[in-house]
Every structure is written in C-alpha cells, then in structure tokens.
Ligand binder design. Structure first.
Ligand SMILES: O=P(O)(O)O[C@@H]1[C@H](O)[C@H](OP(=O)(O)O)[C@@H](O)[C@H](O)[C@H]1O
Ligand SMILES: [Zn+2]
Ligand SMILES: [Zn+2]
Length: 225
C-alpha cells in the first residue's frame, strides 16, 4: 500500500509539473488505474489533487484540473461519492471565486457544469446541480456544455464491502486472519478464499488484482463459443 501511494504522488507530480508543455495523458491514466485498482484511497487521491488545483502556478492548477476531470470520468462511484458532495463542490466554487487565472476559472466552471449534467439523474449527487444553479443566480457565466465532457465510462469496480467474517467461508477476521477484498465483487474475504489474481478488463483494470474464487472462475471461464 505504501509503495502505491508513493507511486501515486510521483505520478501526480509528473502529471501536474509546470514544466509540462502539454498534458501527460499516460501519467494521468496511470493515476486513474491506481484509483480504480484500489491501490490508493479516493479520499487521499482527491486531497492530493485538490492541493495541486489550488497551486498558485496556473499551469499546475490547470493540469491538476485535467487529472480531476479524468478521475471523475474513469473511476466511477469511488470518486463520484467524494466529488459529488456539498463540501467538495463548495471548495470548487471557492476556487472559481478566488483564482486570478482566467483559464483555471473557466476549466472549473466547465467541470461543474459537465458533472451537473452527468449526475442530473442521480439524487445522491444533488449538490452538484445545486452548486451550478446557485452559481448561475450569482452571475457566473458558464461555458457552453460539451456533451462529450459529461460522458463517463459505465462500468467501474464496486465499492468494497466490510465485514467481520469471510464472505465465502465465514471464518472470523482477527490478528492472524487478515481481511482482503476482491476487486471484482468488492466483497471481503480471508486470504485462502481470495488467493487468486486476475485482470478485470470490464472495469478497465489491466494489471492482475486480487479476486475471490467465484469471481476468478467467472472472469476466466472459457467464453461460450
Ligand atoms: O493487511 P491489513 O492491514 O489488514 O489491510 C488490509 C489490506 O489492505 C487489504 O488489501 P488486499 O485486499 O490487497 O489484501 C484490504 O482489502 C483490507 O481492507 C485491509 O484491511
Ligand atoms: Zn474464506
Ligand atoms: Zn469476488
């Protein structure tokens, strides 16, 4: 886990370096992979990204907004649950109010509007639409909506469940019996019931990650010809 968060920080520094002449999409998508694979916690990732978004250097801030945009597009519920909150939207509204860089302001307005459209049928993320409406009444001019900005990948790995016993064999967790999570179904298992690994292309996970016995069978069963 430590190595992954170190990798995450390195990738974020690289993706938001003011020395970049253009977006480093490889680094940006690797950041999304780390989040999707559960290698870095969404809260920690977003906190690090927010620090970069509020960086006084406009290049760093703008690249950080691109990272944020990609995470929302590619990491699904894991990220939406954090970004779609009143608290997070207030932070973005504050950025629009305080930034002295027109392009940072414009990009942030663009994101708020795209997310409000993307989450228009999700009461859970009501705070996004509310923020858009409030800012419009406060006189902020939003750019024209680009439908493509509001298109997110549909399938992302499920949020991890919690539990005191293994979802498969019911053994109780403790000091000698550690919890593990299957990246495919999100359930919690003992080591014996989640000892296998598999790629999960349907969730955009290209590296082998921990899966439970049932999901391993499901993902690797020979497809019916
Ligand atoms: O080893 P621990 O200190 O118990 O921490 C556990 C590991 O981080 C597991 O990662 P893994 O699924 O990749 O094993 C994770 O699924 C559990 O939720 C954590 O409790
Ligand atoms: Zn078990
Ligand atoms: Zn599973």
């Amino acid at each position: 886990m430590f190595r992954s968060s170190f990798t995450f920080d390195k990738l974020l520094d690289k993706a938001t370096s003011h020395l970049q002449l253009e977006p480093d999409w490889v680094a940006i998508l690797q950041i999304c992979d780390l989040i999707r694979q559960g290698d870095v916690q969404p809260k920690a990732a977003l906190a690090a990204i927010k620090k970069k978004v509020t960086n006084p250097n406009p290049h760093v801030a703008l690249y950080a907004l691109l990272v944020l945009e990609s995470c929302v597009k590619n990491c699904g519920t894991l990220i939406h649950d954090e970004v779609g909150t009143k608290q997070y939207m207030e932070q973005l509204k504050e950025l629009v109010k305080t930034t002295t860089h027109e392009n940072v302001k414009l990009k942030t307005l663009e994101l708020i509007q795209a997310w409000a459209h993307a989450f228009r049928n999700s009461p859970k993320y009501r705070a996004v639409q509310d923020t858009l409406n409030i800012m419009k009444t406060e006189g902020y001019n939003f750019p024209a909506l680009k439908e493509s900005d509001a298109m997110f990948i549909a399938d992302t790995a499920p949020v991890w469940a919690d539990g005191d016993v293994c979802h498969r064999c019911r053994v109780s967790f403790g000091v000698m019996q550690r919890k593990h999570h299957c990246r495919a179904c999100g359930q919690v298992f003992c080591a014996q019931c989640s000892s296998k690994a598999s790629t999960l292309p349907k969730f955009g996970i290209e590296k082998e990650v921990r899966v439970c016995e049932a999901c391993y069978e499901q993902v690797n069963k020979p497809s019916a010809v």
